[in-house]
Design a protein around this ligand. Sequence first.
Ligand SMILES: NC(=O)c1ccc[n+]([C@@H]2O[C@H](COP(=O)([O-])OP(=O)(O)OC[C@H]3O[C@@H](n4cnc5c(N)ncnc54)[C@H](OP(=O)(O)O)[C@@H]3O)[C@@H](O)[C@H]2O)c1
Length: 457
Amino acid sequence: MASNQDQQSPKSHRFDLIILGASGFTGKYVVKEALKFLNNPSSPLKSIALAGRNPTKLTQTLQWAARPNPRPSLPILTADTADPSSLRALCAQTSLILNCVGPFRLHGEPVVAACADTGCDYLDICGEPEFMERMEANYHDRAVETGSLVVSACGFDSVPAELGFMFNSRQWVNPAVPNRVEAFVSLESERRIVGNFATYESAILGIANAHKLQELRRSRPRRAKPVVPGPPPSKGETIENQKKLGLWAVKLPSADSIVVRRTLSVLTENPHGLPGLNEHAEMIEKREAFWSSVKPAHFGVKIGSKSLLGIFRIITVGIFIGLFGSFNLGRRLLLNFPSVFSLGWFREKGPSEEEVKSASFKMWFVGHGFSNESLASQRNTKPDTEIVTRVMGPEVGYLTTSIILIQCALVLLSRRNDLPKGGAYPPGIIFGPTDLQERLQQNGISFDIISKSSISS
Ligand SMILES: NC(=O)c1ccc[n+]([C@@H]2O[C@H](COP(=O)([O-])OP(=O)(O)OC[C@H]3O[C@@H](n4cnc5c(N)ncnc54)[C@H](OP(=O)(O)O)[C@@H]3O)[C@@H](O)[C@H]2O)c1
């Protein structure tokens, strides 16, 4: 019987993958990461093409990404998201597109449509919940039919949250059960923490269109909700002092908690996970065992800072984006003066290479639950156990995101038969039972158990 590593992609094309939007700020880091695995004997990645609307910029990207080595001769393909025929031409030449063209709300749909129509697999680095849910609503059925796997949020949004949640949840060994897991993200740097303009723009457009997500959800059948043992957790303080972690923290309205909830919904509807295209018995057993060890819990994400002043800075930026993002003139001001309104966190030209290199993140997962599930059903019960785990890695937007996207692509290329035939899904339900976590660990993103302790009520 062929091992998983020997599995061939069921579709055979000219390129294993095409990086679309390779000339962008994130795209160029994705190219750099992909080159590490190209034609490496243990890697399934044997051919790549770069695609975008400007061949000169794409050639410069390749030169930058290959440094200090000479530029390899990779094919450069011209494609514009405003030209569906150029996207179909890409799909005809590859089994997988990595989409780095954002904001996804503005540019992503034609790419998903082309992939779903042609059966090409699609991964992106989107962090925009409305886009992801709209793509699922509009293209899931077509993607199931054609055999196109459409997975958004394969970057810092939202793989550390998805795998980090599962990692914490799996530490609750029977009869213990979690009730809630709260993630605390801490961004660190010896220099400045800076993001590129497109991420800021994506966040502003997300706020401006928040009502569309609510409308979309109202128009769709309700998703299954997991049953979580014990009472729902209280809302808690707006600003939390997490003494153990040495952090002040405030709620982060990122995509992470929405994406994790989507994975838990799909899992509730499919308690053994999603069957693979052509899984062998050993993999079926492994998948089912994996999902039976993931216990649902309430999940939320907060952003942390070592100082209270840092939290006030985060709140100020949140207020600017929340207030000004809801009307036209305000949005224009926000978009014209990114450094001013983000208090220096976002820049038109993005961070320097040194700023990227010197940044890192820690994401703590603080789980509260019960040492015995039977305690959860008692009246006025409170969690008696705490499990703290942590995911840690390099700079979030460009290094961690590229590592994650490329490792998701390598899993997909090497284990396509173990993954569902097609459909639009969040990353956790697709990559949870694969070796993605081990791969991330081998590439600089760690998963650690920090403590397991009893807590008094
Ligand atoms: N998940 C995460 O954690 C994460 C991390 C980083 C970024 N992101 C997201 O990734 C997206 C890109 O961010 P970025 O900072 O890399 O943006 P960027 O520097 O502006 O790059 C955008 C890329 O899209 C290309 N593009 C724009 N319009 C196009 C079109 N009509 N047809 C084809 N290509 C087009 C650009 O090509 P040209 O070179 O021709 O302009 C460029 O290559 C954003 O939505 C951002 O929020 C997510």
